[in-house]
Each structure stands twice: as structure tokens, then as C-alpha cells.
Ligand binder design. Sequence first.
Ligand SMILES: C[S@@+](CC[C@H](N)C(=O)[O-])C[C@H]1O[C@@H](n2cnc3c(N)ncnc32)[C@H](O)[C@@H]1O
Length: 358
Amino acid sequence: MTPSVELVGLNVDSPLSLPKGRLLQLLQGCMDSQTIEELRTRLLLVKELRPARSAEVVTVRFGLWHDQLRQIRESKSLDRARHYIKRMLKSFDEVKTPSFSDINLCRWQEYDDLWTDSLWQIDRRDRSGQHSGHYWGNFVPQIPHQLMRRFTKAGDWVLDPFLGSGTTLIEARRLGRNAFGLELQESVAQETWARVQREDNPHKVQSVVRQGDSVSADFRGLLDQHGIPSVQMAILHPPYHDIIRFSDRPECLSNQGDVNAFVEGFTRVAAGVSKVLQKKRYMAVVIGDKYAGSEWVPLGFLTMQRILELDFQLKSIVVKNFEETLGKRAQRELWRYRALAGGFYVFKHEYVFLFQKK
Ligand SMILES: C[S@@+](CC[C@H](N)C(=O)[O-])C[C@H]1O[C@@H](n2cnc3c(N)ncnc32)[C@H](O)[C@@H]1O
């Protein structure tokens, strides 16, 4: 279908607001048609509907809307065409959401910007607003964005016990989620608090930044101080043991003498988080492996195994490509040589483990 003059400039993702009353009337007319030819003729009127600013509108995505109209028009039988119209009518009126998100399953086709596959290839970091990417070892904002959109509802509380530069809190503000972050380093916590406050807060949500050790934290007590009864999601992005040394503090998970101590400390954080996470809600762990002493050390699977011994069920293991940092790029040749000589592969991925609290 060729878009008419008023619709020029819209791309497939543009929202199109159509007058609800008139739209329903025209679609009902199609449903009442006695032949497929009559239905197709009536459908032309639907196709001609133009954007409206009336009180009651139905918002559709331009590309999807045109695909759906084409599907109806190209139906071979009256029954099939009516089936598609019925489905469309249902999507305008009914709202069906999972218990853990705001995704309207009656309009699931409109969420194609949400990822449902277990391989995430992210080419470019989102650097908009207060997301700067300056903090060494931070994650790309697309990770908490995808997680919170799929596993939280507007107004939910999200807990991030390894706050760092506050990527989760910034993204939570944009999505209308309240968020609580704990960070061990005082200076980092302070700087992050200032940055989070500079980010717009269009949904008027609460953002809380606290300094403290997540391994020994009493999360219940901390949340109580802010009148938060429980959280509906947790996003954990710990140090990948000593790959990046975040601080010299003995409590720092990047500063643990060996892998066992790291896994032990991390497990204590997950157990503490679990106490304040609402049942049936999600916890995501973003973690990569390391290579030491000629051996691949599977930090991801080691920590995953310990979490499964707590009250969690594994829902997904997502593999995400590893961005090449400037330092790594310069050393690419060296790493290739090392891999060829040492008989191993160079890390190009990390994991997002997804757990649901039982
Ligand atoms: C991988 S970074 C998190 C980065 C964050 N996702 C971001 O986008 O900026 C891990 C953070 O955990 C902090 N950390 C390490 N051990 C901690 C502990 N025991 N309690 C709280 N924070 C800790 C480090 O200081 C570091 O900022």
C-alpha cells in the first residue's frame, strides 16, 4: 500500500493514532459483510482513516498496521478475513499482561524492539542522556533496558547491588521504575548519585543510591529505611573476579584472593537479595568468565550453580557479545598469537543469567 500525502514521513515504527469510534464502526462493517469482495471494499474505508487527536484513539504502529490490513485484504475466504479482524478488534480493547511485566500480550506483535532470543549482539552502546560509558567495567544500557522492560512493571522497584556508574538507575528513570543501588566505593557512589539526579525524571520515580558492602548488607534493613517493602527485580553485575580491580577494599569482590572466595562472596550477595525479592520475580546476573593459569575459569557457571542452590529457578542463559575495548583492540594480534600458541579461544562473549525466585 502506498502511503497517502498525510502519512508521508512516517516509518514502519512510527505510532499512528486513529479515531477509535470510527475505526471500530468501520471494522464492524467489514465483519458484517456477506462476501469477501464486499469486505475488501469496506476495508478500503479503514485504510483511508487518518490520524486523529480525538479523546479516544487507538495507537498502532504504522508498519504493523499496514501489514495487518494487507493480511485481511489478501485473505482467501470470508471466514479467514473475519478471523483477522476479530483478532485486531480484540487487540484494541483487551489488555492481557504477564504477572511480571506491562507487555500487552494482545498486542505482542508491536514489541519487536524487545529481544526474546538468547543471543544478544549489541553493536553500539547507548550514550544518550547521562549514559556516558566512562566507567571502566560498566555494562551497556541496553542490558538493563531490555531486562526491565520484560521483567518489571511501571512503578516497580529494581535493586542493583553493584551499582558502579548507575546505568541501571538511569535506565530505570527513563522507564518509570524506582531503583535502589548499592556501591562499595564512596567516591563512585557520590559521583553516580550526582549523575543519576541529572537524568530527567519524566515519570517522577524514586532513585536511591547508598554506599555499602553488598556481601554483608542487610537489604531488608536498608530498604526499610526508605519505606520499600520489597523489590520486584534485581540486576547483579559484579566484578568478573579480578579482571578489573575496582578497589583495594577487602570487601571488594574484585579483590578476593581466589575464585572460591569470589564465588562465596557473590553467593552471599545473591542470598541477601533473594530475601527482599518478591516471589516469582526475576533476578538477572551479568557476568563473564576469566582465563588464568592456562585455564578457562567459568565464573558464570560457577556462580549460576550456587544461585540454583538458593530459592531460584533458571529461566535463561543469554550469551552477549563482548564489546572490544580500546585496550583490547590494540592487543588483538597479541591475543590471537596467545590463543594459537596456548590452544584456547579469545573471549568474545559474556552471559546474562536469568533466574526466577520460587
Ligand atoms: C562490574 S561493576 C558494575 C558496573 C555497573 N553495572 C555500571 O554499569 O556502571 C561492579 C561494581 O561493583 C562494585 N563492588 C565490588 N564489590 C562490591 C561489594 N562488596 N559491595 C558493593 N559493591 C561492590 C565495584 O566497585 C564496581 O563499581
